[in-house]
Design a protein around this ligand. Structure first.
Ligand code: FE2
Ligand code: FE2
Length: 281
């Protein structure tokens, strides 16, 4: 293995200090340095997404959280890398919620910056998707704030009382469709999934079954369009406000008068959890 001699000299206090070390101490220092460089090289390789399923499974108990946990429950930094023990960052203090929360309030006070949702919705709009699909793209990963595991299902359940069946369908099934290419619309398996799930990952049976079901459904293309507009190229210079979508939200999201969380639907408790994820019970 080639190693960085300059790095070793700097660590040991310069060339003069190295000369003062006896043979054994020099060998120890060299071994330690090479092992650190190897670790760094492995980390670089792994950041590119070369973990296998079993490697990812082997580090499950090396973390202080579970990877399926919702975005609001653990600092994003701790989630970004499959490496364990990245637990140094703290969650933020959340803004107080309005008395009668609207969907837009959630975007501003809980989902912010919501870049992925807003960019996906803008892309769908640019691609000429219907307003319902734009709304589905705007909400497609909202379930992840609560729970990442099976987020399509959580997300669909969260919005079901307030959107058309078709929008809820698209959000629910986009999760399964993400694993299956569709060359007819230029959709390929996402590269980021190699890192997230492991390079040799095979989707779970319920995901396969959901894909088969959706593939033969009359609304297949609605769910598929969510996957083709799933926008990941993050550009920090592009700022999108939820204001861009308030008209579409107004036309296609049935905002309850009492406010989300206070309207006694099967999803109200989910919105309340997003309002206050700090509740101990
Ligand atoms: Fe998703
Ligand atoms: Fe997404």
């Amino acid at each position: 293995m080639n190693f960085n001699k300059m790095g070793l000299a700097a660590i040991l206090g310069g060339e003069a200090s190295i000369k003062r070390l006896d043979h054994e101490a020099r060998a120890d220092a060299l071994e330690d340095h090479m092992s650190k460089e190897l670790d760094a090289a492995v980390t670089v390789r792994r950041n590119k997404g070369d973990y296998t399923v079993s490697e990812l499974e082997a580090i499950v108990d090396k973390r202080g959280y579970r990877r399926g946990v919702g975005k609001l429950m653990v600092h994003e930094f701790n989630m970004r890398n499959p490496e364990p023990n990245r637990t140094g960052s703290k969650v933020t203090r959340l803004a107080p919620m309005t008395a009668k929360p609207t969907l837009v309030d959630f975007f501003r006070r809980r989902f912010e910056p919501a870049a992925h949702l807003l960019q996906s919705a803008r892309l769908a709009m640019k691609n000429g998707a219907s307003e319902e699909i734009v709304l589905a793209c705007l909400l497609h990963d909202a379930g992840q704030y609560l729970m990442r595991a099976d987020h399509g299902y959580w997300g669909a359940q969260l919005i079901e009382p307030y959107v058309s069946e078709r929008v809820a369908f698209a959000v629910k099934y986009h999760q399964a469709l993400r694993f299956y290419p569709d060359p007819s619309v230029g959709y390929e398996y996402p590269e980021v999934y190699y890192g997230l799930f492991g390079v040799d990952y095979v989707p779970a049976p319920h995901i396969r079954a959901a894909y088969d079901y959706a593939r033969n459904h009359k609304w297949y293309m609605d769910a598929r369009l969510v996957t083709t507009n799933d926008f990941y190229a993050f550009d920090p210079n592009v700022e999108i406000s939820v204001d861009e979508f308030t008209d579409i939200i107004g036309r296609h999201f049935k905002q309850p008068r009492e406010g989300l969380g206070h309207d006694n639907t099967p999803a109200s408790h989910m919105w309340r959890t997003i309002v206050n994820p700090d509740a101990p019970l």
